[in-house]
Design a protein around this ligand. Structure first.
Ligand code: NAD
Ligand code: IPM
Ligand code: MN
Length: 351
């Protein structure tokens, strides 16, 4: 028996995670699923987005599957450290999941669903490895302070250590060996000290342990442009927390929709992974049953593969997703009219 902690989250979160529960129950009897409020839902229930009990349950489980969190309800009024997003950062830090894998794959049958041309995105298959527990998301000092002249000053700190860079780069090189053997490291070494250190550490690690892998350094702004110009050039992209956040949303559109992109956040071997779609709580469509559940279903697929030791079930599930798409299943974000539940039904039919 394995254990899965399910954190439905906010907005469309409960809608898409409910479908994962159906999928999981169809696939296996060997999974114990526990559910807890997280994010805004946890703030409303307990006054904090992440309780000590939920973090302890996350660490004690075999895998955590999380829906998106946040929304306008908690944006203005709530103090920053009590906002849903702060709970998510605390969960990632608490679980020590420093490597965030965000695969962007253009399914053949979806090549016309993107706003980008078919000939550009056809065959796209890349893995963005985003550093997840460091950088400007966590650097100190940070805050907004009053200045003597009556103005205010906002401060964020971008900081990386050699250890943080090396361990995430190692994940990228290892992944590349099982794929097309190429790593693109994206930073801003032309203007940032952390960018320069990033480039040096990745270069050294490559020479020492991964000389068989092709390594390319690319400035992050150029990477953003290359992603829409010629995305097939990328195999594995390794980058920092903030650039990874931005570049992965951009890469999502290469797959047809933000509603398609799953992620896996991994730490030390043997520790539970955190699995979540990369998109947000989509307040504009929450409650209508329009959300695409595939990013969350595919996040569960990654949980089966990376944390639950069931690559066989993961293969069955990704096959069923592909079959549903080949059969024409489309939610609104993909240009169709199916509801969240109908899309999940199409996947269940393939199982
Ligand atoms: P968003 O990702 O929620 O939405 C951007 C656009 O994509 C919207 O038009 C939305 O309808 C659409 N979209 C997103 N997921 C979809 C899906 N599964 N199916 C169909 N359409 C989908 O981004 P936002 O509006 O900038 O952020 C809303 C809230 O979500 C914010 O509070 C933000 O902090 C939070 N957020 C949370 C996470 C997370 O929990 N990991 C990630 C990103 C944003
Ligand atoms: C993501 C989100 C989060 C991030 C927010 C909600 C904290 O945008 O998972 O991509 O910036 O990491
Ligand atoms: Mn994001």
């Amino acid at each position: 028996m394995s254990s899965l902690l399910l954190l439905p989250g906010d907005g469309i979160g409960p809608e898409v995670t409910a479908e994962v529960r159906r999928v999981a129950e169809r696939l296996t009897n060997d999974l114990v699923i526990e559910e807890r409020p997280f994010g805004g839902a946890s703030y409303d229930a307990y006054g904090t987005p992440l309780t000590d009990e939920t973090l302890a349950a996350a660490k004690a489980s075999d895998a955590v599957l999380k829906g998106p969190i946040g929304g306008p309800k908690w944006d203005g009024a709530t103090q920053r450290h009590l906002r849903p997003e702060a709970g998510l950062l605390a969960l990632r830090a608490g679980m020590e999941v420093f490597a965030n894998l965000r695969p962007a794959i253009c399914f053949e049958s979806l090549a016309d669903a993107s706003t980008l041309k078919r000939e550009v995105i056809e065959g796209v298959d890349m893995m963005i490895v985003r550093e997840l527990t460091g950088g400007v998301y966590f650097g100190q000092p940070r805050g907004i302070e009053a200045m003597p002249d009556g103005g205010r000053r906002g401060v964020d700190t971008q900081v990386y250590t050699t250890h943080e860079i090396e361990r995430v780069a190692r994940v990228a090189f290892e992944l590349a060996r099982g794929r097309r053997n190429k790593v693109t490291s994206a930073e801003k070494s032309n203007v940032m000290e952390t960018g320069l250190l990033w480039r040096e550490v990745v270069t050294e690690l490559h020479a020492r342990d991964y000389a068989d892998v092709t390594l390319e350094h690319m400035l992050a702004d150029n990477t953003a442009m290359q992603l829409v110009r010629a995305p097939r050039q990328f195999d594995v992209i390794v980058t920092d927390n903030l650039f990874g956040d931005i570049l992965s949303d951009e890469a999502a559109q290469l797959t047809g929709s933000l509603g398609m992109l799953p992620s896996a956040s991994l730490g030390a071997p043997g520790k539970p992974g955190l699995f979540e779609p990369i998109h947000g709580s989509a307040p504009d469509i929450a409650g209508r049953g329009w959300a695409n559940p595939l990013s969350t279903i595919l996040s569960f697929e990654m949980a089966l593969r990376w944390s639950l030791g069931r690559p066989d079930l993961a293969d069955r599930l990704s096959g069923a997703v592909k079959a549903a798409l080949d059969g024409g299943a489309r939610t609104r974000d993909l240009g169709g009219s199916m509801s969240t539940t109908e899309m999940a039904d199409a996947v269940l039919a393939g199982l």
